[in-house]
Design a protein around this ligand. Structure first.
Ligand code: CA
Ligand code: CA
Ligand code: CA
Length: 435
């Protein structure tokens, strides 16, 4: 307990930035909230809030749990991009724009928001003119579950990696932007028994629990899932006895996860060139037809700098793997702002992974790739052969592929165009040895 208290107080002093510095004289608002449930509202609520006011709430609950925020009333001056009066909610400390969960104004009630760890901040701001009745919200500590709206994140069973409690029931609704899909991967899984009528995990494709789904338990983890809509529901239940280590899973969505199958393209970090979010793991796969190799060009790289103690990219980094998964060979891992040289895959797949930690974001990265098919040239003392795979020049007719003159056109041989020539034909000249 002593240890926890020390950590807790240290945490608050780390995160708390001079309360009320911007607050108008005589208006008291904001503060540190650490009870399991609580309430916050704009000054003077439900009467008109004062001008020139800035309030900052820091909600810190027990480590290992999360904070769920629910707005009951919401009415602020409206502006297209909320530049006059606004409420901002951060997944962690405020001011770190990588933590921003949303900015709200006008009279539309914001959605329920859940932090991905035990800290959540709320900022209320009003400008010089035009006020309204303001907002009122409640929060509560969540042992597990919630509505997750970030681009990516991690979910675990309660108390993971220690044994999960008995009689637990958790519902995580992962909700992405309209039209984007959610990718979910379980990396660790150990529940009671192989018969799933005791403890189980179920993954519902969509928010509805109506449809039939498989229950997973024991050490049989749910398969990698890509949602068919922009929602995915994960349910965990334990019965009255016998636990296990539980599970750990990662999700990603929208700009944070994609598969590229066209022969050339561009990939950027989420929100680029604005700041990327904190706490994300993004994966982009490039999957081209067999025979292709992939050349990757770095156009821009601005990530958090390396850890000066270890001189390694421990905080935020971009990693590239020579294949389809992080178990394939690592081609490089970069951070900071030094632009890496172009690189080439050995086969037809490449995986890019962006990992960011819980604070200090930057502009991100921008890369381009192009699929290449190797051309094979071989020669003897008197002649040479050139082989060009058909798929590398799909737009050309055979008669348009020739060496020197159209008379030396390529021949078709299996999936290749072949040119066979002597050194003194096809407009080439024999090698002359001069005295
Ligand atoms: Ca105003
Ligand atoms: Ca059990
Ligand atoms: Ca960072």
């Amino acid at each position: 307990m002593q240890h926890f208290l020390c950590k807790f107080i240290f945490m608050i002093s780390m995160l708390w930035e001079a309360p009320g510095v911007h607050a108008r004289k005589g208006v008291k608002c904001g503060g540190v909230l650490s009870a399991d449930v609580g309430h916050l509202s704009s000054p003077n609520f439900p009467r008109v809030y004062p001008p020139y006011t800035e309030c900052s709430w820091l909600i810190v609950v027990l480590e290992g749990s999360t904070v769920q925020l629910t707005f009951q009333e919401f009415n602020l001056e409206y502006h297209d991009t909320c530049e006059y009066d606004y409420v901002k909610v951060y997944n962690g400390a405020s001011r770190d724009e990588g933590n921003l969960l949303g900015t709200f104004c006008g009279s539309k009630l914001p959605p329920n928001l859940t932090s991905s760890w035990h800290v959540l901040s709320v900022i209320f701001h009003s400008d010089k003119h035009v006020g309204s009745s303001g907002f009122s919200a409640t929060y509560r500590k969540h042992i597990c579950g919630g509505v997750l709206t970030s681009l990516s994140g991690m979910i675990t069973s309660p108390d993971y990696p220690d044994n999960y409690p008995n009689n637990a029931e958790c519902h995580w609704l992962i909700s992405a932007a309209p039209h984007s899909k959610i990718h979910l991967v379980f990396t660790d899984f150990q529940l009671e028994s192989q018969e799933c009528n005791f403890d189980y995990v179920a993954v519902f494709n969509g928010s509805s629990q109506e449809e039939q789904v498989t229950h997973y338990c024991g050490i049989t983890k749910p398969p990698d899932t890509t949602s068919s809509s922009n929602e995915l529901l994960v349910v965990f239940k334990s019965d009255f006895n016998i636990g296990g280590r539980g599970f750990k899973a990662y999700f990603s969505s929208g700009e944070c996860q994609d598969v590229f199958t066209v022969v050339k393209g561009n990939i950027t970090s989420p929100r680029y060139p604005e700041m990327y979010p904190n706490n994300i793991i993004c994966q982009w796969n490039i999957q081209l037809p067999q025979g292709f190799r992939i050349k990757l060009f770095f156009r821009d790289l601005e990530l958090e700098e390396m850890n000066s103690l270890t001189e390694a990219c421990d905080y935020d980094y971009l990693a590239v793997y020579d294949g389809q998964s992080p178990s394939d060979k690592l081609l490089g891992k970069w951070c900071g702002t030094k632009l890496p040289a172009p690189l080439i895959s050995n086969k037809n797949n490449l995986l890019l992974v962006l990992v960011t930690d819980r604070d200090t974001a930057n502009k991100g990265f921008s890369v381009s790739y192009i699929g290449m098919v190797p051309i094979n040239v071989s020669c003897t003392r008197t002649d040479f052969h050139i082989q060009v795979p058909i798929q590398s020049v799909p737009q050309l007719e055979r008669s348009h592929i020739y060496l020197g003159t159209p008379a030396c056109a390529a021949q078709l041989s299996g999936s290749n165009y072949k040119i066979y020539a002597r050194f003194d034909t096809c407009g080439t000249e024999p090698q002359v040895t001069e005295k």
